[in-house]
Design a protein around this ligand. Structure first.
Ligand SMILES: [Zn+2]
Length: 606
């Protein structure tokens, strides 16, 4: 390109990183359509830890024997049930004795999630064996559907919710021919056992219950998948059912009025319920539920750790209490990681799309790199990583029970990494997460592929390459995290331009004609900074590098100075390891993804 052409093209670069409000103004149409999700098939993960997690979970559940997966449904409905018991929470067992022994806790509870994750994996990979397994599991499950399954069943809403998700995903992403009719039979079967509205845990305790586990059901999480079932063509019955289980009185209405009703509530299921509020907004246009979801997530963020995790001992804390600080000394069950991260990804994805506010992307990214990406892989016997530990003397450990809830959400969230990374905007594309990946979409009739190469977050450098069969003008938006420092910059084809000055906490929008071979280089200035635990503990801090929380690897002293922490040096760029130098020696600081069996600490008194 000669100088004149360059000036012409740079003049067409948008002069500003648009604020969320300005991005919203780009879409005068439906309020809920600021940004849209892509199909699973449109985003491919390239070689990276994200891809390794996705491929591991895909292969793991593809290889699990169908008879074992179907066994609890066959057993509880009196059918021949071949195959080995899965064990743990998954298989019926006389040993179940809450809260002492969780063997046999919720038979078949994660079946729908395993099915959902396989359907999504088929959507991503197009792998025929995966589609065949989805179809085989739906047929096998169909033969078991009977009210007998839910008679004397402690958590009917929980397991029904997951089965709804699995069946509508099998229908939507794996083109299962019978999934929606199997859903109808399932709904007929469970109907006598559903409460007439979304009971709270306190209300469940007032109802007669054979044992305490009957009071742990989660009817308030049902609407999201019921709304999705309705949207995917399962029928108006699901719309009515979704509305019936919205927990308005005790949860959404007060949240919408900015009342923090989270303290004391079960953490993951109440974050998960915020996605039900978002579906009420998207399907029914209910602004009250939109406000509830936004406020609810804000209250969660106000009591989050530096990792983005929340809910020590699975319980929300009182604002301005010492709950979070006490948790550092009193528990190792700091954040229910696969379930919590899955719920967090869903609500931030919904809110990002509905508002265009990039801070939801910042929040998702924090949870990704500091929690779920460091989860240990599920073991062949169902042993699963469940809690992240932020105790003052912390370590990684597996949950003692096999096949817990987190074994269901883990393969779901890894299947969602791609669709969480890029979104369609009203006129172009937004890049939300930085990791090696490729996205393909149609832009005004042109087939465009954007390929991202990066060692982020070990390095702040990301290269985006465009390939297209026709030149097309459209805005390409890049999320500039709120923590980004002043040296953050972007180049197009090696050159800068007045419109290319990124502002932290906004989208950098490059609105220009894109040609085959165009190349964007984004450099995020990843400064080290200290993040206090909360407003009441300004001197109890975590060391951050860009989106990454760094953990002091033991042995490490109890106290450090602000200067020592901020002078940390990155010693191994590929792994983001740092050294903090003190009078008594050097301390290594690692990201959560690097930790295996080491003891470590997240928060330091300065
Ligand atoms: Zn869980």
């Amino acid at each position: 390109m000669n100088r004149r052409e360059f000036l012409k093209s740079s003049a067409s670069l948008s002069a500003a990183s648009l604020s969320p409000a300005a991005l919203r103004a780009l879409a005068p149409t439906a309020a809920a359509a600021q940004m849209r999700q892509l199909d699973y098939s449109q985003v491919q993960l390239l070689d990276s830890p994200l891809r390794q997690q996705f491929e591991y979970n895909h292969a793991f559940f593809l290889a699990l024997d169908n008879d074992r997966l179907l066994k609890p449904f066959r057993q509880l409905t009196g059918m021949p049930a071949p195959g080995e018991d899965m064990g743990g929470w998954y298989s019926p067992s006389p040993d179940f004795d809450p809260a002492k022994n969780f063997t046999g806790y919720v038979p078949g509870h994660t079946f729908g999630q395993y099915l959902s994750s396989l359907a999504r994996a088929y959507g991503i990979t197009g792998d025929k064996a995966t589609q065949q397994k989805v179809h085989a599991l739906v047929s096998g499950y169909a033969a078991t559907v009977s009210p007998k399954f839910y008679a004397n069943y402690n958590l009917p809403c929980y397991t029904y919710d997951k089965v709804v998700c699995g069946l509508i995903d099998a229908h939507q992403f794996a083109q299962d021919p019978i999934a929606l009719s199997v859903l109808d039979h399932t709904t007929d079967a469970v109907m006598p056992y559903l409460p007439d509205h979304a009971l709270t845990r306190a209300e469940m305790r007032e109802h007669p219950h054979p044992n305490i586990s009957y009071t742990w059901d989660e009817p308030y999480t049902l609407p999201e998948n019921l709304y999705l079932a309705y949207k995917r063509g399962a029928g108006t019955r699901y719309h009515a059912l979704a509305q019936r289980f919205l927990q308005d009185t005790t949860y959404f209405t007060p949240l919408s009025k900015n009342q923090n009703v989270l303290p004391g509530e079960h953490a993951y299921s109440h974050v998960n319920a915020l996605s039900s509020a978002m579906q009420a907004y998207l399907v029914d246009g209910s602004e009250m539920h939109f406000d509830a979801a936004r406020n609810g997530l804000r209250f969660v963020q106000q009591q989050s750790y530096a990792t983005g995790g929340w809910g020590p001992d699975e319980t929300f804390q009182k604002p301005e209490s010492s709950g979070l600080a006490d948790s550092l000394a009193h528990t190792h069950s700091s954040f229910e990681t696969p379930c919590g991260a899955y719920g967090h990804f869903k609500i931030t994805r919904y809110l990002l799309c509905a508002t265009g506010d990039p801070s939801y992307g910042d929040s998702m990214e924090t949870v990704l790199y500091n929690t779920i990406l460091g989860a240990r892989p599920i073991q062949p016997d169902g042993t699963t990583f469940y809690y992240s530990d932020y105790n003052n003397d912390a370590h990684k450990f597996f949950h003692p029970d096999k096949w817990p809830c987190c074994s269901g959400t883990f393969p779901q969230i890894t299947a969602d990494y791609g669709i969480s990374s890029y979104f369609l905007t009203p006129r172009g594309l937004a890049v939300n997460l930085y990791h090696p990946s490729r996205v393909s979409w149609k832009q005004n009739g042109a087939n465009i592929t954007l390929t991202q190469s990066t060692a982020y977050p070990a390095s702040g450098e990301t290269v985006l390459k465009i390939s297209t069969d026709h030149n097309r003008s459209f805005p390409l938006a890049l999320r500039i995290p709120a923590w980004a420092g002043p040296s953050t910059r972007a180049l197009v084809n090696g050159r800068t331009a007045p419109g290319l000055s990124p502002h932290p906490g906004t989208w950098l929008i490059m609105d220009r004609e894109w040609r085959n071979g165009d190349r964007v280089e984004l450099t995020l200035d990843m400064r080290r900074r200290l993040l206090p635990l909360d407003a009441d503990h300004p001197n109890l801090v975590a060391l951050m590098h860009g989106p990454i929380a760094l953990f002091a690897i033991f042995p490490a002293p109890d106290r450090l100075t602000r200067e020592q922490l901020l002078n940390a040096n990155q010693i191994a760029p590929v792994t983001n390891h740092h050294i903090v130098t003190t009078e008594t020696g050097d301390i290594e600081f690692w990201p959560f993804t690097s930790i295996t069996d080491e003891h470590y600490r997240l928060y330091h008194q300065i």
